[in-house]
Write a protein that binds this ligand. Sequence first.
Ligand code: AMP
Length: 249
Amino acid sequence: MKILVAVKRVVDYNVKVRVKSDGSDVDIANVKMSMNPFDEIAVEEAVRLKEAGKATEIVAVSLGVKQCEETLRTALAMGADRAIHVETDAVLQPLAVAKLLKALVDKEQAQLIILGKQAIDDDANQTGQMLAALMNAPQGTFASKVEIAGEKVSVTREIDGGLETVSLSLPAVITTDLRLNEPRYVKLPNIMAAKKKPLDKISPADLGVDPAPRLKVLKVSEPITRSAGIKVSSVAELVAKLKNEAKVI
Ligand code: AMP
């Protein structure tokens, strides 16, 4: 079974992002970038499946600017066998990413596609679902447990009311939730070895996809700052404040 894992280069989760002064976007100049945390979980899961003898090959895929190569090298150091970089300077929205991934799935004949449940930059939570729709394949989103059983994959999903287990026939799409696993720490020898693993480049045009954005960002702004809270000494005081000051009751 060949696994395709999608890894996105995003602003590191420790960075407090700022909005550009013209309100057109978030400022990512000179900001630390890393692999999307949910995608690290996706790579880890693929590597564990391979280590358990359930997968034969792991192909890591990243779409975007030249520096996505670094993200792919991290995936290779974690245990992916080879990488594909769909290189473009275009702004990529989830539908374009899903179309490009669909073209790669067809090309690679991958059986299992693992993505993060969401990218922490756009927080869209759309790509996996769109990819499954384009492939007309089953999807197990927000996975907290994945088990391969013959031609099927069983996925336990984190949903509002608790856990749900679905059985998917392959090819299938999985998106990872936080509790699926804890990604391994990448050791130096693995980083060195990853430099020798194959990394192929391809363009959206090679895949026959027009990645032009379909959505227009009108404005990006900081969230409204909240004023500090206060402590009240009694329920009576709380009720009085809600009535007379906040005027909500
Ligand atoms: P989103 O729908 O944007 O929240 O992203 C969900 C998941 O889709 C991410 O966690 C990645 O696995 C994948 N993905 C989105 N954009 C890209 C990209 N440019 N390159 C690789 N994977 C991506």
